[in-house]
Design a protein around this ligand. Structure first.
Ligand code: EPU
Length: 419
């Protein structure tokens, strides 16, 4: 298993170009199931998760090539409608194949995703929505078995919570359903607008993505297109915080600046400064000392849960007390005990972390527990005195493309070793 060895204390300086957004890419790759002919995707990040979804599509019978940031997918010969446990348990987003398979092929079996390090993650809202669209759904031997032999029909669906992949699954399913589907209290994340963008260019009729009411008029068929995936806003936020925690200065190219308002506001309060150039380059400068700031994670456009762990690393080194409230995933605090090993002072009470800033981290052996927790520990390691050994970095390989290469180019001392 690979590990990172980080020698902390370098001020990061230079330029970085963001990769394509993992969570947009995963949903968009499943959209290819709906389209006749070839779907050609650019700016697909080469990550363990995107390779997993490519492997799942191949398993279903799709032809997939994926190299140099381009994925070409043809699903005209799908011959297996079962998404097996070994692929779905590796990555929950595999569950996104349910909506497209069901709406185009009239049936699908998808393994229940199983446990997850960041909390209980039910899929009831995906299933309730598909049931309202006419699917007959049963749970059997750990699999969701869904049938709609006559096809799905439109429905007026209220989501109890604006679930991101739930909204995506229903949006994908509704494109080929008969009639109009209305998704109310839909998630507003930019990745959903990116998904709606490709679906509309394939011939779907979707209005309102990016708002909490999405209206989809079902069509008979969709055609493959060529499409470029948006840049990764979580990667952007992580590099902003790398500048912040090392007192550095990083110019980030291809930044989806319009998606980062909540993050920029909190980082500005913490003392970081932002200079924009052109439409998508931003130079972020870290302060000589960080100020403590409270955050609460929320559905978009609020502060993203996917940047909570990284922000916590920053707050560990800020002056004074800060309070971080996690409202999306109840257990997304596993990084706390690892940050403690580096010298952090954090108290947990339910879904709230109270952080008392310390004057510095000291390098130690720590373990990555999930994707964003790993990013948090890398940030802490970059700021720490001495050496940090980060194990189980397969978690980071799920979601950050060439992270050590990008950090090294900015002056970090980080290397990957095989153990
Ligand atoms: N929820 C339900 N029922 C459902 C679905 C969700 O109760 O049927 C609850 C969950 O238990 C959770 C909340 O709704 O408390 C939010 O979950 P959501 O469904 O929005 O999360 P997700 O779709 O499973 C996506 C991202 C996550 C990101 C969350 C929140 C993808 C592939 N994953 O997950 O990304 O944290 O939205 O923004 O898009 C990551 O990239 O590290 C990551 C975990």
């Amino acid at each position: 298993m690979d590990e990172f060895i980080i020698e902390g204390g370098q001020r990061l300086e230079g330029e970085v170009t963001l990769s394509g957004a993992k969570n947009a890419a995963l949903a968009i790759m499943t959209a290819a199931i709906l389209a006749e002919g070839n779907t050609i995707l650019q700016n697909v990040p080469n990550l363990r998760d995107t390779r997993t979804i490519a492997a799942l599509l191949k398993h279903l019978g799709a032809k997939v090539t994926f190299e140099n940031g381009q994925a070409e997918i043809n699903t005209d010969q799908i011959n297996d409608l079962v998404a097996p446990y070994d692929l779905v348990s590796q990555m929950r987003a595999s569950f996104l194949v349910l909506g497209p398979l069901l709406t185009r092929h009239g049936q699908a079996e998808v393994s229940l995703p199983g446990g997850c390090a960041i909390g209980d993650r039910p899929i009831n809202l995906h299933l309730d929505g598909l049931t309202a669209m006419g699917a007959d759904i049963t749970l059997d031997h750990g699999y969701v078995k869904a049938r709609a032999p006559e096809g799905l029909h439109g429905a007026d669906i209220f989501l109890d919570f604006p679930t991101v992949t739930g909204t995506e699954n229903l949006l994908l399913a509704a494109t080929l359903a008969k009639g109009r589907t209305i998704l109310r209290n839909a998630a507003r994340e930019p990745e959903i607008s990116d998904l709606a963008g490709i679906l509309n260019s394939m011939g779907a009729v979707i209005k309102g993505s990016g708002s909490d009411v999405i209206v989809i008029e079902g069509v008979k068929s969709l055609k493959g297109v060529s499409y470029e995936i948006m840049a990764d806003r979580v990667e952007a936020g992580t590099f902003m915080m790398a500048a912040g925690i090392t007192g550095g200065r990083i110019t980030i190219h291809k930044t989806p600046t319009h998606c980062l308002a909540a993050v920029e506001k909190k980082l500005t309060q913490a003392g970081l400064s932002f200079e924009y150039e052109g439409k998508d380059s931003v130079t972020v400068t870290g302060p000589s000392s960080l100020r403590s700031v409270d955050i609460k994670t929320e559905p978009y456009p609020g502060f993203p849960t996917d940047l909570q762990a990284q922000f916590m690393a920053l707050m560990c080194l800020a002056n004074g007390l800060s309070v971080i409230k996690e409202t999306i995933f109840e257990d997304r605090f596993i990084h706390v005990s690892e940050l403690d090993r580096l010298g952090a002072e954090i108290r947990l009470s339910g879904n709230t972390a109270i952080i008392e800033g310390v004057s510095g981290f000291s390098g130690a052996e720590v373990m990555a527990t999930d994707l964003r927790a790993s990013a948090s520990l890398i940030l802490a390691g970059l700021a720490a005195k001495g050496q940090t050994e980060l194990s189980r970095i397969y978690h980071i390989d799920r979601g950050y493309e060439k992270i050590e290469g990008k950090l090294t180019a900015l002056g970090a001392n980080i290397r990957r070793i095989k153990k």
